[in-house]
Write a new protein. Sequence first.
Length: 79
Amino acid sequence: MRAHPTKLDHPLPPTEWPHVIASLQPTFVTIDQEGVDILVKPDFDGGFGYYVLKKGQPLPGPPKRYSKLGDGIYWYHPY
């Protein structure tokens, strides 16, 4: 998030993905105001992926959509 503060709400090109994120083989990686969205499997109703929150930010969608994996790290599924 710190490395790309001007890329908010735009997908990062794969060449700019950190190695750890690239190893997840995501479809898209997007930085927004709340954190980083790592979309692993797109779907018409939201898809599956990981969301890493910026400290102090709320989840960007319905809480039932997210499963907490660690401090500020969530797995999400379609709506």
